[in-house]
Design a protein around this ligand. Structure first.
Ligand code: A2R
Length: 321
């Protein structure tokens, strides 16, 4: 039987290409300027797409591929793939959940400690020779005994919450549904939760349903002594309001791994000493990225060789036997 054809939409490592090429015929997306001749030649035979979660796949391309059966996304977030639209056409969408829980939760704890213990500011202080000139810097804050509000308590949020327990934090959470399997207090009202918390951590998906979930009333409820951490998606927070609150001292401090317009960071944040900025590296280790790439490949291989993908997104689960 002829090997299925897979479109690589967006960059993939050499290792991923090599492993995919063992099972499939690989077609590389030539860029939108060369789309027309490429689609005229290959569209009728492309049966699968591998793409990055940050790149996704436009509906126009989904609709231009009549033989498409599966879109395998790299990353747990898939807001740039319209899974509902794909499902309507009978196309399965997969993502890479769980394999990044440990890494993203470690990044979150590192970011939280970097902000509260002022690790980055202290590093600058030491490098600039200020310790010798001016003496010890001002004290930081500990996190033991602090109340942490998790905005999202799914796979990654739960792993973060467990680690926070080791640091002596009290965890509460906001999500649309209360979990029966945890004893953490659930807040259906995010503003009420933020008002009683020292720290807020965002770890929800992006997309329309969570856009600006953290808005000015939530930020003001967290308040001038509050610490805000975002490791979910930049779109979940009204970034303009966040920047204004930090600039006006209405919010205490922030640690941000994600932004509304990546890779652009609001310039006002650059000079703020109470803010730690990361370039969206929550899962960015050699080990975890290899595990994510492995799951993209395994999803495609399992789908075409055994008729069933491993980790379909919820919107598409009904398409599997
Ligand atoms: O609302 P629920 O009960 O479905 O809880 C989910 C929560 N969540 C929301 N909370 C409030 N308002 C919403 N509109 C909303 N939508 C979702 O976020 C659940 O507690 C959590 C998502 O958990 P998982 O689906 O297990 O995702 P995972 O693997 O923890 O990753 C979270 C996100 C990714 O989508 C990427 O954006 C980022 O972390 O890497």
């Amino acid at each position: 039987m002829a090997r299925p054809q897979i479109l690589l939409y967006g960059p993939m490592s050499g290792e991923v290409r090599e492993r995919l090429a063992q099972h499939f015929v690989i077609r590389e997306w030539p860029g939108s300027e060369h789309a027309e001749p490429f689609l005229a030649e290959h569209a009728p035979s492309i049966a699968g797409v591998a793409t990055g979660g940050d790149i996704g796949l436009p509906n126009e391309i989904i609709d231009a591929l009549p033989a498409l059966r599966i879109i395998a996304g790299y990353g747990v977030g898939y807001e740039r793939i319209d899974a509902g639209h794909a499902a309507e056409r009978g196309i399965l969408v997969t993502h890479t959940p769980d394999v990044l829980n440990d890494e993203v939760s470690n990044t979150t704890i590192a970011l939280l400690l970097a902000v509260t213990r002022r690790i980055v500011a202290y590093d600058r202080y030491a490098r600039e020779g200020r310790w010798a000139r001016e003496g010890s810097p001002p004290l930081a804050h500990g996190i033991a005994g602090k109340r942490v509000g998790m905005v999202g308590l799914g796979r990654i949020g739960m792993t973060i919450a467990q680690k926070l327990g080791v640091f002596g934090c009290e965890v509460v959470y906001h999500s649309r549904n209360r979990r029966d399997d945890v004893s953490f207090q659930h807040y259906p009202d995010l503003i009420a939760m933020a008002g009683g918390c020292d720290i807020l951590i965002v770890i929800t998906p992006g997309g329309a349903a969570t856009r600006h979930l953290v808005d000015r009333p939530v930020i003001d409820a967290l308040g001038p002594k509050g610490t805000f951490i975002n490791v979910g998606r930049g779109s979940v927070v009204d970034e303009r309001e966040l920047v204004a609150a930090l600039a006006e001292g209405r919010l205490g401090a922030a640690g941000l791994d994600v932004f509304e317009d990546e890779p652009n960071i609001p310039p006002e944040l650059i000079s703020m000493d109470n803010v730690v900025l990361l370039p969206h590296v929550g899962s960015a280790t050699v080990e975890t990225r290899a595990a994510m790439a492995g799951l993209v490949i395994d999803n495609l291989v399992s789908f075409f060789e055994h008729g069933k993908a491993i980790t379909p997104v919820p919107e598409c689960r009904h398409l599997q036997p």
